[in-house]
Write a protein that binds this ligand. Structure first.
Ligand code: ATP
Ligand code: MG
Length: 270
């Protein structure tokens, strides 16, 4: 057995709840250039309430994996099941409906700067309301009430009317998380959500993502370069190297040997 595969298969998996909101990735391959796979053969099953940290060196395919899952890019082959539905076969309105069930949190927040915090959170409902309502920004009362609840959850009630460009990075990321949860997603993906934030704020954002996973009973996948932070907050760590999963297990099982396998070399471990 290949050493990397052996590591992935022998590590213990965390016991996360097996709710109906789940993600299954089967034999996922992605080639941007024919014959040169960035993702080789990714297999991953994540159930509700589980926060998974995806770690690995720059260029190893972490963002490519998340972009395949939310169908921002087309996988070359393989299957991606969100709550049991294979999203790779969907087109048109079915695909749009499936993408509503996948929340995304970005490193650079991706807020609409000139809109208020409340309007940014409500943007999470855009895929659900009619185009004329969206154009007039007329959201149903229940959406507005839910947005207030979410602003309360992320600690930004008093900023509801503030413009997004008046907020700090940490506050913006809280809005980004509230907007994603507003979609009522079945899974939440976060691509380096703490990379632009100071250490204390990064901890708060990871705590919030964990809370989102447990309160909403959804799997949360976080691409993260900070291994210590990932280990501290995740129920599970997936280590990638050169387009393959080479570690998949609970944080306590991740040894220096695994880190060498994932990142290569050892000087940096000192
Ligand atoms: N749109 C694209 N077209 C062609 N190649 C791409 C594209 N996007 C990414 N790649 C290549 O795919 C590989 C994986 O990139 P990816 O962004 O997924 O890595 P990553 O693990 O997220 O890296 P980082 O930690 O730096 O964010 C890299 O070699 C990158 O150059
Ligand atoms: Mg990336």
């Amino acid at each position: 057995m290949h050493k990397a595969t052996e590591s992935a298969s022998t590590s213990r998996r965390p016991a996360c709840s097996a709710g109906d909101k789940s993600l299954v990735v089967e034999n996922l391959r992605k080639e941007y250039t024919r014959g040169k796979p960035v993702l080789k053969n990714i297999n991953l099953t994540v159930a509700g309430q589980c926060t998974t940290a995806i770690i690995g060196p720059s260029g190893t395919g972490k963002s490519t994996l998340l972009r395949c899952i939310n169908r921002l890019i087309e996988p070359t082959s393989g299957r991606i099941l969100v709550s049991g539905q294979d999203i790779c076969t969907l087109r048109g309105s079915d695909l749009r409906a499936a993408r509503r069930r996948i929340g995304m949190v970005f490193q650079e927040y991706n807020l609409v700067e000139r809109l208020s915090v409340m309007e940014n959170v409500l943007c999470g409902r855009l895929g659900y309301i009619s185009p004329w309502r969206a154009w007039l920004r007329k959201f149903p009362q229940e959406d507005i009430e839910r947005a207030y609840d979410l602003l309360d959850m992320v600690g930004l009630t008093e900023f509801a009317r503030a413009r997004a460009d008046e907020l700090s990075g940490g506050q913006r990321q809280r809005v980004g998380i509230a907007r994603a949860v507003m979609q009522q997603p079945h899974i939440l993906l976060a691509d380096e959500p703490t990379s632009s934030l100071d250490p204390k704020t990064s901890v708060e954002i990871m705590e919030l993502l964990r809370e989102v996973a447990s309160v909403n009973d959804i799997p949360v996948l976080v691409n993260i370069h900070d291994v210590t932070l990932g280990r501290r907050f995740a129920d599970r760590v997936v280590g990638m190297s050169k387009g393959d999963v080479v570690f998949d297990g609970v944080p306590g099982d991740l040894t220096d040997e695994h880190l060498k396998l994932i990142y290569g070399g050892e000087d940096w471990l000192a």
